[in-house]
Design a protein around this ligand. Structure first.
Ligand code: SF4
Length: 348
């Protein structure tokens, strides 16, 4: 008999205490069976806080006129990433608000330098761009595109003023995957106005999309946003969503996001690692830039290499020596050479 692929129920997403503990253990076990005790270690560099979008859940929205806007300098980032990146880092993610200027002037030349001078895998998280910029980024040497669908309910998507329309966002996710990118998407749990059905819709959409990874971020009320006074998402709901993603798609790369520490200072991040997350991110944004990169608020909890390595060691995990980019390359080679099992065909 073939097991049905996992899909969460509202009850499991609301689970607490013993039931929740058993659920997280199950998800963590599946992660270990699939990836061993290895977690990928990536560095993120935030290269610009200019943004032409106006998402209601984000402090970098264009209507936030109180924010000093900056773009990083190419020479500064090249020096940092070529010569001073921490030894544990195998991949680098270049992230920005939706700012095509920084893509052309900083990100593209930086990727070329990194591709030439280092072995790191390269991810980008740069928002909805056009085909030609996607193509240029890929030709330069990036291989993973992080583009969250944020919320799968089209009405809530519009209400949150998320980028473009919901349909366009999904179209871009599909376009990126169809043009050879490893696409990682994600959603926000606990948005103001989110119903139980809207939360479940995130899983229905995620499992239909051609993704290599997926994240869940807890809603954190951002400074100078229309939802500044809304309640922070329940950390347990977020962690249950992470465990559900792991069980739904055992082979996905699922990050422990730094916002877990804002949702539950002190323990949120480590609890994320106990739900089967297998990607951690060290923040290497140079001081002077990071203070104004305010997705949520200024009192950011910066994930340094020391904090990250301490958290994974405390959870009995190890930093992967293999880069995320190599892992995807191997996985893609296997997928294209081997016929898919019936289970995998059903799950798509
Ligand atoms: S979430 Fe991204 S696209 Fe939306 S306002 Fe913030 S930086 Fe811009």
């Amino acid at each position: 008999m073939i097991d049905e692929p996992f899909f969460p129920t509202t009850d499991i997403l609301k689970s607490r205490d013993q039931a929740q503990h058993a659920f997280h253990e199950r998800a963590a076990r599946v992660a270990v069976e699939t990836f061993g005790r290895q977690v990928f270690v990536r560095a993120v560099v935030e290269v610009s806080n200019f943004c032409r979008e106006n998402c209601s859940y984000c402090g970098m929205r264009r209507d936030n006129r109180g924010l000093a806007r900056h773009r990083a300098r190419l020479d500064q980032l090249a020096e940092l990433l070529v010569h001073h990146r921490p030894a544990s880092v195998t991949d680098v993610n270049l992230q920005a608000g939706e700012d095509p200027v920084v893509v052309r002037e900083v990100v593209l030349p930086l990727i070329k330098i990194l591709r030439h001078e280092t072995p790191v895998g390269l991810s980008v998280c740069l928002g909805t761009l056009n085909r030609s910029l996607y193509g240029a980024l890929k030709s330069a040497g990036a291989s993973t595109y992080i583009i969250k669908f944020e919320v799968a309910d089209p009405e809530l998507y519009a209400q949150m003023e998320a980028p473009g329309t919901f349909e366009e966002r999904v179209e871009h996710i599909r376009l990126l995957a169809a043009t050879g990118w490893n696409v990682s998407s994600g959603f926000i749990a606990g948005l103001p106005g989110e119903t139980e059905d809207a939360l479940l819709a995130n899983f229905s959409l995620a499992r239909k999309l051609p993704l290599a990874g997926c994240s869940v971020s807890p809603f954190i009320p951002g400074e100078a946003t229309p939802y500044a006074n809304a309640p922070t998402a329940d950390i347990d709901l977020t962690l249950n969503c992470m465990a559900a993603l792991r069980l739904m798609r055992p082979r996905w790369v699922i990050p422990a996001v730094s916002a877990l520490n804002l949702a539950r200072p002190g323990s949120g991040y480590r609890r994320g690692l106990r739900t089967g997350a297998n990607l951690v991110t060290i923040n290497l944004t140079p001081p002077g830039l990071r203070e104004d990169y305010v997705l949520y608020r200024r009192d950011r909890f910066i994930m340094t290499e020391e904090r990250i390595l301490a958290a994974i060691e405390a959870e009995g995990l190890k930093a992967s020596k293999q880069s995320l980019a190599d892992y995807y390359r191997q996985k893609n080679a296997l997928t294209t050479s081997a016929p898919r099992s019936r289970l995998e065909r059903v799950a798509v």
